[in-house]
Design a protein. Structure first.
Length: 247
């Protein structure tokens, strides 16, 4: 009997050790019940949810939720939403409050968030979040967010932590950026109309690991005007592996 219990224990231990982090997208949607003919206010969140390894999954899911909340929340006070369902309700409630105050000026509110696993290896996990929000004004705002994680711990890896020497990679990236966007090497980085802060080249806020290579992605307003659109640079891994701590 003791031998049988020991075998069962070993089986359960081995099974739990073989568990792998997994993801499944979940969809959250909500529309305002206020009558409308077109451009009816709506929010859609389609996001990957981690599971199988509780501590790691919880860490990843909490970070993803906090970023999505930051993207879609509208209001001055901090939002107390604890999950995606509450978040969709809060977005529509904000619209309805604005509609009561300005019934002729509020229309077409929309939020779309789509997440996917962009890249996954033993060393790094990259979740890509594509988003679009419109809450009035001349146009909405759209962009991409890159969330990097240690797949073993679930802890966030910040972009400045992926390089052996961020300074060396930055110098390399600036030369490549100038070549792609035809900015003379001896001119200021904004010489052709870009909008880098303090007229100095900076790495983007979002860097993606992709199957094709390392992608530097500048959202609108980060390096150029909205009209000029986002800027990007894609480096094959064989060209940048020497700068990277994670592959």
């Amino acid at each position: 009997m003791k031998h049988y219990i020991l075998l069962v224990f070993l089986f359960l231990t081995l099974t739990s050790c073989n568990k792998e982090l997994s993801f499944e997208n979940e969809l959250f949607e909500k529309e305002s019940p206020i009558p409308c003919e077109k451009d009816c206010p709506k929010i859609t969140i389609d996001i990957p949810i981690a599971s199988n390894i509780p501590i790691v999954s919880d860490s990843i899911n909490k970070k993803v939720f906090s970023v999505v909340k930051e993207i879609v929340y509208f209001g001055e006070k901090p939002l107390n939403a604890k999950d995606f369902k509450n978040l969709t309700t809060a977005f529509i409630s904000s619209y309805e409050e604005m509609h009561k105050k300005f019934p002729d000026e509020t229309f077409g509110w929309e939020a779309k968030v789509k997440g996917n696993i962009e890249y996954q290896s033993d060393q790094i996990l990259n979740i890509k979040i594509e988003h679009y929000t419109f809450t009035g004004g001349a146009h909405g705002y759209q962009g991409f967010r890159s969330l990097l994680f240690n797949p073993e711990t679930g802890k966030t890896i910040f972009t400045n932590q992926i390089f052996k020497s961020e300074k060396e990679f930055k110098a390399f990236a600036e030369k490549e950026f100038r070549a792609k966007y035809k900015i003379p090497s001896k001119s200021n980085i904004n010489a052709t109309g870009l909008m880098f802060e303090d007229d100095k080249f900076q790495l983007p806020q979002n860097i993606f690991y992709t199957n094709e290579g390392l992608l530097l992605y500048y959202n609108s307003y980060e390096a150029a005007s909205y009209a000029d659109g986002p800027k990007e640079l894609l480096f094959p891994y064989d060209k940048v592996n020497k700068y990277l701590l994670y592959h």
